[in-house]
Design a protein around this ligand. Structure first.
Ligand code: UDP
Length: 256
């Protein structure tokens, strides 16, 4: 549906589940990929946010994130914490849709459909490695990128670089919530059909950060793996018990 300004706006409907005021899509991963593929072929800009408990906690503290949440076309549940909280609301089958899975599947789609992809974010070395890895995997894919360490003076040239490349899909890995703000602030200037904040995905594509081993993934313990391999994250991960507490309180309030 479009509003008066011609911008696509999400309809509140049964495909949305609000957890602590964040409207998550209840689409499966395949459905999200299908929607994203449609967005990538559209003329207008679309924004997808992948949100885990940390992002939900940011949103509780920072009301300036509310317009971003309202304006996003899709917010996907990126984390087992969201999936478990959904069970409090009677949604026992909410599927996790992570930024890295979305990025990997959309890169495959892009190769098949000739979408142009721009990767913005990570260190210069990591961005370069990610581009090389993606080109090795999909030689036919038109992909470009730029590292995510820049100051305000470089912003105009970065926006111009992305605009000139005319990507169908822009994957932004600057960390949350900076990447979501970047997309939101520049969505009209960039005018890219599909823009997604993907966190540390560029490092994973590059191989500079390893994904949690399959066993950790199966047991939904990626958060523990990240904590063990990067103990500096402990402060950020305090958001997890806080999120669990607030989500449980919400369940008690709603009596579901
Ligand atoms: N990053 C960046 N510019 C910055 C700060 C961070 O490009 O100014 C990158 C960083 O190199 C990493 C990503 O942003 O590739 C953030 O990864 P993280 O795993 O912290 O993502 P999140 O947990 O926020 O999804």
């Amino acid at each position: 549906m479009e509003n008066d300004e011609g911008r696509y706006v999400k309809q509140p409907d049964e495909t949305v589940l609000c957890i602590l005021n964040v409207p998550f899509t209840t689409y499966t991963e395949n459905e999200v990929i299908a929607r994203c593929t449609d967005y990538a072929m559209d003329q207008k800009p679309h924004v997808v946010i992948t949100a885990g408990p940390e992002f939900v906690m940011h949103a509780q503290r920072d009301p300036t994130l509310l317009p971003l949440l309202e304006g996003a076309d899709l917010i996907t549940p990126d984390g087992i914490g969201i999936v478990l909280a959904a069970r409090f609301h009677g949604h026992s089958d909410l599927e996790r849709v992570t930024g890295v899975a979305l990025a990997e599947k959309l890169l495959a789609q892009s190769a098949a459909r000739n979408f142009r992809v721009f990767l913005l974010g990570a260190s210069p070395e990591s961005n370069e490695k990610a581009l090389n890895a993606v080109r090795a995997l999909y030689p036919e894919l038109v992909v470009s990128g730029r590292n995510g360490y820049f100051d305000a003076t470089e912003l105009p040239s970065i926006l111009e670089q992305i605009r000139n490349f005319e990507p169908h899909i822009l994957l932004v890995g600057l960390g949350q919530p900076r990447q979501e703000r970047f997309i939101w602030e520049h969505r009209d200037a960039l005018s890219v059909p599909l823009m997604i904040g993907v966190g540390g995905t560029i490092d994973i594509l590059a191989g500079t950060v390893k994904r949690a081993p399959a066993l950790f993934q199966r047991m939904h313990l990626e958060w523990l793996y990240r904590l063990l391999t990067d103990p500096k994250r402990w402060r950020r991960q305090l958001a997890l018990p806080q999120f669990a507490y607030l989500a449980y309180q919400e369940r008690l309030r709603k009596g579901s």
